[in-house]
Design a protein around this ligand. Sequence first.
Ligand SMILES: CC(C)(COP(=O)(O)OP(=O)(O)OC[C@H]1O[C@@H](n2cnc3c(N)ncnc32)[C@H](O)[C@@H]1OP(=O)(O)O)[C@@H](O)C(=O)NCCC(=O)NCCS
Length: 219
Amino acid sequence: MLRRLLPDGVEVVESFCDPPEAKLYPEEAALVRNSVEKRRQEFTTVRYCARRALSRLGLPPGPVLPDLHGAPRWPAAVVGSLTHCDGYRAAAIAYRTELTMLGIDAEPHAPLPDGVLEAIARPAEQAWIRSAPPGRHWDRMLFSAKESVYKAWYPYTGQRLGFSDAELRFDPMAGTFTARLLTKPPVRSHGRQSAPDLMNGRWLVGNGLIVTAVATAPR
Ligand SMILES: CC(C)(COP(=O)(O)OP(=O)(O)OC[C@H]1O[C@@H](n2cnc3c(N)ncnc32)[C@H](O)[C@@H]1OP(=O)(O)O)[C@@H](O)C(=O)NCCC(=O)NCCS
């Protein structure tokens, strides 16, 4: 599903089950040793997906460990993102020459629990959702798209976003969205380009899931 949302050059590997051949490196296994089985399974399968994507990019397998705030740490030459929800796991990885920022997210295509929309949506987003075309759970779509924005933004900027820090607009016909960043991005060192004010994303509904993706090419 995510393959259809991302440009050529991004390696996407998805799984709708937990294959028995998926295994963790010892340093990965140590991170989920005390976790519930569901967490161990999603953590293991999504890393299996990541290793297959890395291999397609010609990179050797290795542990995918989180940074201080949970973001996966990739080989220096690539950007990538992981997601998992009930019945679905996915990894998307690309060379930095193709993309500077990449975020993916999957959610069940179902309404958000009561009260969550008010916590994650800005007033303009809530107003749009009230009048949005029927047939899609736009509240959950907004949540997923914001998670994709966060997963693209944080690894690039080192800045953690709150749900009010970006205002999203959806195009229900085109299957796209834009995120306007309302926070000032930190100035980058290491010669990197500054982070954009606007990020473009795409969304899709299928197999009972919402998937969203944000990808930014080098300027
Ligand atoms: C961390 C977070 C993004 C995970 O999203 P989620 O929908 O709950 O869960 P998903 O299964 O889709 O994604 C989990 C994966 O996200 C990745 N992730 C976690 N923290 C991350 C970060 N700071 N940056 C990038 N990716 C991150 C990890 O790979 C994680 O999988 P893993 O723990 O198995 O390695 C979310 O829980 C969160 O804390 N969001 C912060 C607030 C926010 O989204 N603000 C929106 C701003 S517009």
